[in-house]
Design a protein around this ligand. Structure first.
Ligand SMILES: [Zn+2]
Ligand SMILES: [Zn+2]
Ligand SMILES: [Zn+2]
Length: 244
């Protein structure tokens, strides 16, 4: 009997908290994907050093995208890179390409695209690391189109308008309208903003996280990068408390 009473009291506390949170979190923070530009006092920072890039500089003054490009290009002279590279980035979170040199297809398994995966299987599955280095670099005189997601520069997969990875997600979502799907991915309303994606959280946890971010934002005291917040958000949930 007491157990039931406790549960009821506990439940009303929970509902009360939920109501308070719903009242406290402002619309700006009530979205599943929160975007923050360099101007944000807490989740922003100094702008990327590449002129015209709207992102926050995170590593040697470069945004994550430009830092990745700089490393992909073999870490050339930094100042020269900053002066010559294009501000437009294809990519907040690009998918990895096949491990075979020059192959811009998406990865299916073992870091290989479907084509190279079959070739490896036909070769009786030798040591994959060695096998990859022995493959001739892929040179496509007439390369396939790139994925419809603007920041993805992988080749399209067979007859899909998307690379393998984005195509699989598109199919999983029931093949929605291609343009809408691509635009949804790009979210060009806030170009260059870093994002915290709260999709994976339960609605109550999401509300708590939105509230925490709003408080942090309002305090305007200690800077934190959206990437760090995302790590917390994406951590596997601990099965404690009554939220699960
Ligand atoms: Zn940049
Ligand atoms: Zn490949
Ligand atoms: Zn893609």
């Amino acid at each position: 009997m007491t157990g039931m009473v406790d549960a009821a009291a506990e439940n009303s506390k929970y509902v009360g908290l939920l109501e308070k949170l719903l009242g406290a979190v402002r619309p700006q923070f009530r979205t599943e994907v929160l975007a923050f530009g360099p101007d944000d006092p807490v989740l922003g920072g100094t702008r990327c050093r590449v002129a015209g890039c709207e992102r926050t500089g995170r590593i040697h003054g470069l945004c994550f995208g430009h830092d990745r490009r700089w490393r992909n290009e073999g870490q050339p002279d930094l100042d020269q890179f900053i002066e010559t590279t294009h501000p437009r980035m294809k990519g907040h979170q690009p998918l990895a390409s096949c491990r075979v040199s020059g192959c811009r297809r998406g990865r299916k398994e073992r870091g290989l695209c479907t084509k190279h995966l079959y070739a490896w299987q036909r070769a009786a599955r030798p040591d994959p690391d060695r096998w990859v280095t022995q493959q001739p670099a892929v040179v496509e005189l007439d390369p396939p189109a790139t994925c419809r997601i603007s920041y993805c520069d992988l080749w399209v997969h067979t007859d899909l308008p998307f690379c393998l990875g984005h195509g699989v997600r598109w199919k999983d979502q029931g093949r929605p309208d291609i343009d809408e799907y691509a635009t949804g991915y790009e979210d060009d309303s806030t170009p260059g903003h870093e994002r915290v994606d709260l999709h994976a959280m339960t609605s109550h946890l999401r509300l708590e996280m939105q509230y925490a971010l709003q408080c942090r934002h309002d305090d305007a005291a200690i800077r934190i990068s959206p990437a760090v917040v995302q790590v917390v958000v994406s951590a596997p949930p601990r099965r404690t408390g009554r939220c699960r």
